[in-house]
Design a protein around this ligand. Structure first.
Ligand SMILES: Nc1ncnc2c1ncn2[C@@H]1O[C@H](COP(=O)(O)OP(=O)(O)OP(=O)(O)O)[C@@H](O)[C@H]1O
Length: 266
């Protein structure tokens, strides 16, 4: 699938150039560097390409630049060098904090992005109800966020992101604040939704098993300044059963990713 891209690059001068172009990837980082004004170099020479519909998980030591990578992909921040090709539209974001408006119902929270873009009421209502069905929250439309569990609030956040019908989903430790059982359930829900909708995803996590359970490819970043040091294909088809976590092949891949994370990968 070919997509239109907004390319933000630094070409020689310190001025980002923005151009529309066509690429056979949903997201591509080419030799990307990121330096902050205080002298910190977060990323150096980072290369990463995500194909349409591909689910890529990123693991790496704390402070290696994972969130920085996601911010560059989202356009919230710009690279200091190299090129980031990211979709011009149709990007969904999910962060660790569900960031729901406490005075709006579940339905009104999910409808918000479509409301802001001026979509007609009937259309945004239908899309929001579809998204809520997809995340398993049918029947909770009139509840307020304060009446929901942490896992349910995260489902609302996922539904809101799905409203954009994203071709690219950016997820920054979305399940990091959940208890273990809820976290496992949310992983199962997310990969079911992925199997049904087929977006491309860049998923940041500290959990190796979470990365292997969800992704078709797991990439490992070095300590800061971050770059990709290893990449592992995870060949199990989606949707994946919960018991996959006990499969010996699953354990073998998770072991290799963990070894790479500890620096033992040659
Ligand atoms: N705005 C900023 N100004 C200066 N330094 C920053 C800024 N944002 C991030 N950094 C630094 O860049 C490095 C990478 O930060 P980043 O948040 O991307 O790491 P991370 O891998 O997501 O960390 P964690 O796993 O702990 O969430 C860190 O050393 C951080 O302190």
């Amino acid at each position: 699938m070919l997509s239109t891209f907004l390319t933000v690059a630094l070409k020689g001068a310190d001025v980002p150039t923005i151009a529309e172009e066509t690429l056979d990837a949903t997201l591509r980082f080419e030799r990307v560097d990121k330096h902050f004004a205080n002298g910190t170099t977060a990323l150096t020479g980072l290369e990463l390409s995500i194909a349409p519909g591909e689910f890529v998980a990123v693991v790496g030591p704390s402070g290696c630049g994972k969130s920085t990578l996601l911010r560059l992909a989202s356009g919230l921040d710009t690279a200091s060098g190299g090129t980031v090709h990211a979709p011009a539209d149709s990007v969904g974001y999910v962060f660790q904090d569900p960031t729901l408006l406490p005075w709006r119902t579940v339905l009104a929270n999910v409808e918000l992005p479509a409301e802001l873009t001026g979509a007609p009421k009937a259309e945004r209502r239908e899309r929001a109800l579809d998204a809520l069905r997809l995340v398993g929250l049918e029947g909770f439309e009139k509840q307020l966020p304060g009446q929901l569990s942490g896992g349910m609030r995260m489902r609302v956040s996922l539904a809101r992101a799905l409203m954009a019908r994203p071709s690219l989903f950016l997820l920054d430790e979305p399940f990091g604040a959940l208890d273990e059982l809820t976290r496992l359930r949310m992983q199962e829900e997310l990969q079911r939704i992925y199997a049904e909708t087929g977006f491309a995803a860049l998923f940041i996590t500290h959990s190796v098993t979470e990365a292997v359970f969800l992704a078709g490819r797991v990439v490992v970043m070095s300590a800061r300044p971050g770059r990709i040091t290893a990449s592992f294909d995870v060949p199990f088809p989606h949707p994946r059963p919960a018991e996959l976590r006990y499969d010996p092949e699953f354990g073998r891949i998770a072991g290799e990713v963990s070894a790479a994370l500890r620096g033992g990968f040659q």
